[in-house]
Design a protein around this ligand. Structure first.
Ligand SMILES: [Fe+2]
Length: 445
């Protein structure tokens, strides 16, 4: 007998459930006024299992949802599957019977961003997938054959040099490989970095001078993998370290700092201060002890600051805010540089999102943007106003908000300087956008 809707896991219920159709709609209805300075594409990726079923929220096929804005108009909405080998060839395997990896087999569901003139859908176990600006799939992209590992869904683009800095991790040695990509999209450096085991490294960070690796105790678990479930679990034995390496350095240059065991899905930002590195993250004290589901956590993700002294080896740790939150973002122009402002998604009860938080890390103040009853927000992306000072909050915060009442979603645009006020624009979409993961603003300028 088929499972009743109540028996389905959370990631197949409500607005976590996939949408069945790819749609295109032009000249969308807008409530309010889209700032005419906004010309570009807002695009976000997420899990949308094509069969309607998946073992875990993280494992469904990637579907990107985009809205194109032009001079005050919302020109179109499109949602498209990323046509990765996992979707198009049911027989494709990530690991062949000979034990060889095929990095073209990808859920391609975690992030989407533009670098080196290419729009890339990313998922950490695989190669990037290149998309067109109309969200059609070009194909797996391995930097002309130079990329020989998986590639993270969370590379970071340096606003000073234009480089994209990333890494790949795997379940077999080498467990971690660092990658540096030039502004024009060429892979110019790859370095194997020694870590003791197959840690799940979902994100990392850069400062202007350094790359920061998180070697944390969520580790590949073969039994869970063979059972076909989320193949990572908490380990009491693994330890927890942050590695800091000059961005053009290699394994021998990494300074490792022991920290209290914890897990970090997402980093806020990092920056250099003299010979110290400040590193802000959303930290959870433990996750996935018994099972790799989202209910397997212990405690909540809070805003946390590490300070690493490269001379003495000392580590400072400080909780900046105790509310449960994740999906942190800073202005693209402040990545790797000291940021005054940060934006996060505040959690409600399990499986719900309460609102957006804006932090002023200079004054220590924060503001909440609460959404109306029945409206559920997602990751907030900050888009700077043209010509604004790089470290200001002059700009907009945009995200897809799902409305329980209509069963559809809107692209909601907030004025970041009037954060708790009403949105400046709400773009009506023809369907709901399932709760997903990460996205970007790809401006025309
Ligand atoms: Fe992520």
């Amino acid at each position: 007998m088929a499972a009743s809707p109540e028996e389905k896991p959370f990631h197949l219920q409500g607005n976590f459930a996939p949408v069945p159709e790819e749609m295109t709609e032009e000249n969308l209805e807008v409530i309010g006024a889209i700032p005419p300075e906004l010309s570009g594409l807002y695009v976000r990726n997420g899990s949308n299992p094509a069969t309607g079923e998946s073992e875990h929220w993280f494992l469904g096929n990637g579907m990107v949802h985009g809205v194109r804005l032009d001079g005050g108009k919302a020109s179109w909405y499109r949602n498209r599957y990323v046509q990765s080998l996992m979707l198009t060839d049911p027989d494709a395997k990530r690991i062949s019977d000979k034990g060889e990896m095929d990095y073209r087999v990808s859920a391609a569901n975690t992030h989407v961003l533009k670098h080196g003139g290419k729009l890339l859908a990313l998922e950490e176990g695989s190669f990037p997938y290149e998309l067109t600006d109309e969200l059609e799939t070009v194909g797996a992209f391995n930097y002309g054959g130079k990329l020989n590992t998986s590639f993270t869904a969370h590379p970071h683009i340096c606003p000073v040099t234009g480089e994209m800095i990333g890494f790949g991790y795997g379940q077999l040695p080498p467990y971690l490989t660092y990658h540096r990509i030039s502004p024009d999209g060429k892979l110019v450096q790859s370095e194997v970095i020694d870590v003791p085991g197959p840690t799940m490294m979902h994100d990392f960070s850069i400062s202007e001078k350094h790359a920061l690796f998180m070697d944390l105790p969520v580790v590949f678990d073969m039994q869970a993998a063979l059972a076909g479930t989320m193949p990572f679990k908490w380990s009491d034995d693994y330890g927890a370290r942050i590695g800091i390496m000059p961005r053009t350095g290699g394994n021998a240059d990494v300074k490792w700092f022991e920290i209290d065991p914890c897990y970090v899905f997402h980093t806020v930002n990092a920056w250099d201060e003299g010979n110290k590195v400040v590193f802000d993250v959303c930290r959870i004290s433990e996750v996935w002890r018994d099972a790799g589901d989202m209910g397997g956590g212990n405690g909540k993700q809070t805003l946390h600051r590490f300070t690493f002294d490269l001379d003495t080896g000392n580590v400072g740790e400080q909780t900046l805010d105790e509310r449960g939150m994740d999906f942190p973002r800073v202005a693209d122009a402040r990545v790797g540089l000291k940021n005054r402002y940060a934006y996060t998604l505040q959690f409600g009860e399990l499986g719900s999102f309460a609102g957006h938080l804006k932090f002023d890390l200079q004054t220590g103040k924060s503001e909440l943007h609460a959404y109306p009853e029945g409206a559920s927000p997602a990751e907030a992306v900050f888009v700077a106003a043209p010509g604004a000072d790089a470290d200001s909050d002059e700009g907009w915060v945009m995200n897809y908000v799902y409305d329980d009442g209509s069963g559809k979603s809107e692209l909601v645009i907030l004025d970041a300087q009037n954060f708790s006020g009403d949105p400046v624009a709400r773009v009506k979409l023809p369907q709901r956008v399932p709760f997903g993961f990460h996205g970007s603003w790809a401006g025309d300028a």
